[in-house]
Design a protein around this ligand. Structure first.
Ligand code: ZN
Ligand code: ZN
Length: 441
């Protein structure tokens, strides 16, 4: 038996530091137990710099790099990816932003943000206000703006028109007590004119929204009830919707995704993976871990590549809780008990993170992430425990995020020698379907 399938597991923000409350161990070290032992014995570990040493990646960029995408040329911003994850349909060329309804106080002509989420205004009220903005806002320069409500204070803003570039800054100051930021073209914009044009449009829309929202009945009522008014919009992460080459076109692998977090579903949708939902999966610490692992294993029957994502590890890290992170990893390891010997022999199983989020810092850092690849198709190493520190001595050595896909294809015997050309396309793997010579006799 040889491996033919790939199970690619990402524990978000997995890499970490050692803590006294975990007996001087990292959450990953402390969690090491029987569930993962068989995979470790069957595999090799190493450290991975997703971009390059010391550069902290965001989750969407990190996943795309690991899936083999060229960020410089194939990534068009986070806005559309999050919108896709939310189930918002976008057309080619539309520019999508993530947005919040917020509360501002005007001081010396500056709108000072006093609540970035307008008191976590309800989804119902957000819907009402966003529909009002759709009726009232006049998009300048012959362009079109549409707001789509999401849960609570959130919405997506979509701008379409000619000669626009998404290479602009956010208006969200990402902090309270500071004024809304002026939208500006970024210094390195390739289309400076288009970026300037879009920045002006965003500033104009933001001003109009403040004027219109403050007049809405609902805000008058909220003020009367001592609730923060939803009297401004904050937007961020502009990106242009572009069709990306699908994961299948890139690697000739039929791929599925099991994830609950919207950003991860969005990444999977953007690269054409089939996305599956699992009951009780919520992208939080109390998610249905067993349900997700079982679903991913079940999908291996009909897919070549299954991407399984857990957000709990990163949630614990951002709330600076190493104990919760350790417990989450431990529960994930317990869920691996359903992997029997047949699956172990026929599947290349990856466990890694998309970046390091140490609990003592509570944010993404540039330290490398540990990666374990369990596969009958690759050498195993002699390290004992899967952990950040042992990974430094592992057989995989130190790799970059973009190295993963070739390693995985190699493990399932799908690589061809460099320079071999079985297909007109420049690829370093053996396509499943080849074009054969036919004799006309
Ligand atoms: Zn992440
Ligand atoms: Zn994070």
């Amino acid at each position: 038996m040889k491996p033919e399938k790939i199970l690619f597991t990402v524990l978000d923000g997995l890499g970490d530091h050692a803590y006294r409350e975990l007996d001087g161990l990292t959450p990953l070290e402390k969690a090491y137990s029987n569930g993962i032992k068989r995979l470790k014995e069957n595999g090799s570990q190493g450290l991975m710099d997703i971009i390059s040493p010391g550069v902290p990646p965001s989750s969407d960029v990190s996943h795309l790099i690991m899936f083999g995408y060229d960020i410089e040329n194939e990534y068009f911003g986070r806005g559309p990816i999050e919108a896709l994850g939310e189930g918002v349909e976008l057309r080619e060329g539309e520019i999508a932003f993530r947005g919040n309804l917020a509360t501002v106080r005007i001081e010396n002509n500056y709108p000072i943000v006093i609540d970035r989420r307008a008191g976590r205004i309800s989804s119902e009220q957000t819907r009402e206000l966003v529909e009002y903005l759709n009726d009232e806002i006049e998009c300048p320069e012959g362009c079109r703006v549409v707001f789509k409500p999401l849960s609570e204070h959130r919405f997506v803003m979509i701008i379409s028109g000619r000669g626009l570039s998404h290479e602009i800054t956010d208006t969200d100051p990402h902090a309270e007590g500071k004024p809304i930021l002026l939208c500006q073209p970024i210094d390195e914009a390739k289309d400076k004119k288009g970026a300037e044009r879009l920045a002006n449009i965003v500033n104009e829309i933001t001003i109009q929204a403040i004027e219109k929202l403050s007049k809405h009945e609902l805000n008058k009522k909220r003020a009367g009830n001592n609730l923060p008014q939803a009297n401004a919009i904050l937007v961020r992460s502009a990106g242009t919707m572009r069709r990306m080459k699908s994961f299948r076109e890139k690697w000739d692998l039929k791929a599925a995704c099991v994830a609950a977090g919207l950003l991860y579903k969005g990444v999977a949708k953007a690269v054409g993976m089939d996305v599956y939902n699992v009951e009780g999966a919520n992208g939080l610490l109390n998610t249905n871990i067993q349900g997700k692992t079982s679903k991913a294993v079940e999908l291996l029957e009909s897919y070549d590549f299954v991407y399984l994502h857990f957000k709990g590890t990163d949630v614990a890290s951002h709330s600076k809780n190493p104990l919760a992170k350790y417990e989450f990893i431990k529960r994930f390891y317990e869920s691996l008990k359903i992997i029997d010997d047949t699956i172990l022999n026929t599947t290349t199983i990856v466990i890694t993170g998309d970046h390091t989020t140490p609990c003592d810092r509570g944010m993404h850092t540039g330290e490398p992430v540990p990666i374990l690849i369990s596969s009958k198709g690759l050498r195993s190493d002699s390290t004992k425990v899967f952990s950040e520190r042992e990974a430094a001595h592992g057989g995989l050595g130190r790799i970059r995020g973009g190295d993963i896909m070739p390693i995985l294809l190699d493990s399932i015997e799908r690589t061809v020698e460099y320079g071999t050309r079985p297909s007109p396309r420049r690829i370093n793997y053996m396509p499943k379907e080849l074009t054969y010579l036919r004799l006309d006799i």
